[in-house]
Design a binder for this molecule. Structure first.
Ligand code: NAD
Length: 373
């Protein structure tokens, strides 16, 4: 039986991982530490938090005293570190908080783990979740990134994640802290905050708003279904070598414009199969038999928009026997179905609460509306 600290467990991937871990390792104890920023949502984990096997702690990873106290209260075997500011667009308009959370927060956690575990590292693991964005942008003819690719971050978000990766590596090298890192590609699935591409498009389509596509829509991403990502992290925690980094990719590279088209077609099929959807989502073009592709609109490109990301996940496959198994069509259908079935979850976020959080967090209104992010 192990005790895990999951940071950022009320966010998209952290909430999916906490649920995955509770399902697959019911005897383990889980503590979720989350500051509940605009991106954190207690609704995503409330069903898991029974107070005994899974406990929620509302706190900031940058608060060194609180984090140290948490390590004293619980004898953590593993830290699985998701907490971060994670949206590239926001890092273009207000990037200081990215350095604070992603760099300083990671540093605080590393110090707390080092101090709590210094008598023996036996059976301990600090696992850091990172991104393929640390590698920059790929030209069309370039091979996917391996773990040996040069770090070349291009956005403040990616730069802050790169800095945190280096800190984690330095604690392994300098202090022998037992760490692992995963650099993963774009995730999608249930519980994703609707500022990110896939949930934004689904919710805009269901509510009859434009589907904003940056530039010419030709930017390519490698899409990873979140449950595959959770299983990949579990395999690294179980069998990964200490001090190593592993790339995790979905193996589905596709231009944004094609991805949005596929989402529109999936939504159209669901409306054709279920007449009740037209009543629940009357503003969706599919409710009146039209294609939601009619909402697709090109908007001004994001500054510094990376053209292509692609991950080589062979190390994970060869060393740990893990490959993401969900096809893009299946993953998109499951995601659309989840947002169709869980409008109570997203309607609250889609309304005023989003603006309130932005105001609180950044002291200002967002520069652009949610619909155009
Ligand atoms: N979403 C992706 O496609 C993707 C891809 C690659 C890597 N990642 C990485 O995976 C991790 C999780 O991403 P996500 O998409 O779930 O992010 P998210 O934005 O949905 O969730 C982040 C969570 O961290 C919490 N948080 C933020 N600041 C905090 C602080 N100071 N203290 C405590 N909690 C804080 C938020 O409240 C939120 O619950 C991040 O480290 C991100 O860089 C994400």
């Amino acid at each position: 039986m192990s005790t895990l600290l999951i940071t950022g467990g009320a966010g998209f991937i952290g909430a999916n991982f906490a649920a995955y871990w509770r399902r697959s390792r019911p005897a383990d104890r889980v503590v979720i530490l989350d500051a509940l920023t605009y991106a954190g949502n207690f609704d995503s984990i409330s069903a898991l938090c029974d107070g005994e096997y899974c406990r929620f702690v509302h706190g900031d990873i940058c608060d060194a005293a609180a984090v140290q106290t948490l390590f004293q209260e619980h004898d953590f075997d593993m830290v699985v570190h998701f907490a971060a500011e994670s949206h590239v667009d926001r890092s273009i308009y207000a990037s200081q908080v990215f350095t604070r959370t992603n760099v300083q927060g990671t540093h605080v956690l590393l110090d707390a783990a080092l101090s709590a575990w210094k008598s023996s590292f036996e059976g301990r693991r600090f696992h850091h979740i990172s991104t393929d964005e640390v590698f920059g942008s790929l030209a069309p003819e370039e091979a996917p990134w391996t773990e040996l690719a040069r770090y070349d971050p291009t956005s403040p978000y990616a730069a802050s994640k790169a800095a945190s990766d280096f800190l984690v590596r330095s604690y392994a090298h300098t202090h022998g802290l037992p760490v692992t890192i995963t650099n993963c590609s774009n995730n999608y699935g249930p519980y994703q905050f609707p500022e990110k591409l896939i949930p934004l498009m689904i919710l805009n389509a269901l509510t009859g708003q434009k589907l904003p596509i940056y530039g010419d829509g030709g930017n390519i991403r490698d899409w990873l279904y979140v449950e595959d990502h959770c299983a990949a992290i579990a395999s690294v925690l179980d069998r990964g070598r200490q001090g190593e980094t592993y790339n995790v990719g979905g193996g589905h590279q596709i231009p944004n414009i094609e991805l949005v088209g596929q989402l529109c077609d999936t939504i159209g099929r669901r409306f054709a199969e279920d007449e009740g959807l037209a009543e629940r989502f009357p503003d969706c073009p599919a409710a009146s038999g039209r294609t939601t592709r009619s909402l697709m609109t090109f908007v001004r490109d994001r500054p510094g928009h990376d053209r292509r990301y692609a991950i080589c996940a062979d190390k994970l496959a060869h060393e740990l026997g893990f490959r993401a198994g969900t096809t893009l069509a299946d993953g998109l259908a499951r995601t659309v179905d989840w947002y169709l079935a869980n409008d109570a979850w997203w309607r609250r976020i889609h309304s005023g609460a989003y603006r309130e959080w932005v105001k609180l967090h950044y002291g200002t209104e967002p520069k652009r509306s949610l619909a155009s992010l």
